[in-house]
Design a protein around this ligand. Structure first.
Ligand code: KG4
Ligand code: ZN
Length: 354
C-alpha cells in the first residue's frame, strides 16, 4: 500500500464508481458498477487539435481538458441514468501521464470526493489498460499482460488479482511511439499507428528489417534501432531519387515489431505458467499484432484476452475497472493526492507494502 492510501474507517456504500481519465489527449468520464458493468463511458478526443503539430502538445492538452472536463463528467452521469448521489467512490488516473493533464482530472476528482463525501481512489493508468479486459472477459490468475500503448511497452505478470510484477519493459521507445515516429517520417497523419497498420495489411511486398532480441533471456524490448533502420531506408531512397514502396516498408516494420512482441510475450507466459495472455493498450488495436498473437496463443493453447478497440485506447471505464480492486478492499487515497508522471505499477498493487 502506498503512503497516500488510507484504509481507516471509511466504508464505501455500494459498488458504483465515477471514473475520470485525463492522462494524455483524451478527456474521459465513466460510471462503472461492480468493476465490470459499464453504465456510461464518455470519451472526448483531442486528436484533431494535436494532429496539426504531429504529436501531443502538453500545454494545449491541459487547456483542452479544463475546457471540457465538467461537461464530460455531467454527460457520463446523465448517460448512466444515475445521479451524483448514487456514486460510491471517485476514481482518477494518478499517473503515469503528462503532469498538467493529470492534474485537471485530479482536481475535479478531489472536488467531487469532498463535495459528495465519498472516497477517492488514485488509479494507475496501466492497471486501467490491463483491467479493461475485465469489462468484457473474466481474468484468471496467474496471467501475463502485454501492454502496448503510446507511452508503454511492458510485460506484466499478475500472480493474483491486483498484484503487478513488471518482467519486461522497453529500454527506449514505446511501441506506439515508434509507430507514430515512423508514420511521421512517411508524412502520415498523427497518430500514425492505424495508418501504418492499414498500409502493412494491404501491402503485397515487404522490406526485411532487423529484430531487436536483446539478451537471450531478456523480456525487455527496444524499438529505437528499428526506427533508425526505417529512417535509413527512407533516406537512402530519397538520396538516390528512387520511389519508395511505403506499404512494403510499413509491412516490414510491423512484421519486425510483431514478431518480437509475440515471441517474448509467449515465452514469458509459458515460463511463468500463465493461464491467460492479456493484450491491452492503444496498439492492441493493431491488426497484424492481433492476428499473430491469436495464432501463436492457439498453437500454444493459451487463451488470449483482448478488449474491444474502444476499450483499448484511453478511456475512463478502464480506470473504473482497475479502481474497483481498491474499492473492494477499502484501499482509498488521501485528498493530498498528486499527479505522478512516473507512477510505478508495482507500487499500486493491492498487496504492496512500502
Ligand atoms: O493507449 P493509448 O490510447 O494512449 C497511451 O496511453 O499512450 O495508445 C495510443 C497509441 C498511439 O501511439 C497510436 O498510434 C497507437 O496507440 N495505435 C496503433 C493502432 N491504433 C492506435 N498502433 C498500431 N496499430 C494500430 N492499429
Ligand atoms: Zn493509455
Amino acid at each position: 500500500m502506498t503512503q497516500l492510501e488510507n484504509t481507516d474507517s471509511i466504508q464505501p456504500k455500494g459498488d458504483i464508481i465515477l471514473a475520470i481519465e485525463t492522462s494524455c489527449d483524451e478527456t474521459s468520464a465513466a460510471v462503472i458498477r461492480g468493476g465490470k458493468q459499464i453504465l456510461s463511458n464518455v470519451v472526448s478526443s483531442q486528436i484533431e487539435i494535436h494532429e496539426r503539430y504531429g504529436g501531443v502538445v502538453p500545454e494545449i492538452a491541459s487547456r483542452k481538458h479544463v475546457e471540457v472536463i465538467t461537461m464530460i463528467i455531467e454527460q457520463a452521469i446523465k448517460e448512466s441514468g444515475l445521479t451524483l448521489k448514487d456514486m460510491s467512490a471517485i476514481a482518477v488516473t494518478q499517473g503515469p501521464g503528462l503532469v498538467g493533464a493529470l492534474l485537471v482530472g485530479i482536481v475535479a476528482a478531489k472536488s467531487l470526493s469532498m463535495a459528495l463525501d465519498i472516497p477517492l481512489i488514485g488509479t494507475h493508468h496501466i492497471a486501467g489498460h490491463i483491467y479493461a479486459n475485465e469489462l468484457e472477459h473474466t481474468i484468471v490468475y496467474p496471467c501475463m499482460a502485454l501492454v502496448v500503448s503510446g507511452g508503454h511497452t511492458e510485460l506484466v505478470l499478475m500472480e493474483s488479482e491486483g498484484n503487478f510484477q513488471v518482467v519486461g519493459r522497453t529500454r527506449d521507445d514505446a511501441v506506439g511511439e515508434a509507430y507514430d515516429k515512423v508514420a511521421r517520417a512517411l508524412k502520415l497523419p498523427y497518430p500514425g499507428g492505424p495508418h501504418i497498420d492499414r498500409l502493412a495489411v494491404e501491402a503485397e511486398h515487404t522490406i526485411n528489417l532487423p529484430r531487436a532480441w536483446l539478451e537471450a533471456d531478456s523480456y525487455d524490448f527496444s524499438f529505437s534501432g528499428l526506427k533508425s533502420a526505417v529512417l535509413a531506408v527512407i533516406n537512402q531512397h530519397r538520396m538516390k531519387g528512387l520511389d519508395l514502396d511505403e506499404g512494403a516498408l510499413a509491412r516490414g516494420f510491423q512484421e519486425s515489431v510483431t514478431e518480437v512482441l509475440v515471441t517474448k510475450a509467449l515465452r514469458a507466459a509459458l515460463q511463468y505458467g500463465a493461464k491467460q495472455l492479456l493484450l491491452c493498450g492503444g496498439v492492441a488495436a493493431n491488426r497484424g499484432l492481433r492476428a499473430a498473437l491469436t495464432a501463436k496463443c492457439e498453437s500454444n493453447r493459451i487463451p488470449l484476452l483482448i478488449p474491444s478497440n474502444v476499450l483499448c485506447t484511453d478511456n475512463a471505464a478502464m480506470i473504473g475497472a482497475a479502481a474497483y480492486l481498491k474499492l473492494k478492499r477499502s484501499q482509498f487515497t488521501d485528498l493530498d493526492l498528486k499527479g505522478d508522471p512516473g507512477f510505478s505499477l508495482e507500487s499500486w498493487s493491492v498487496n504492496h507494502a512500502d
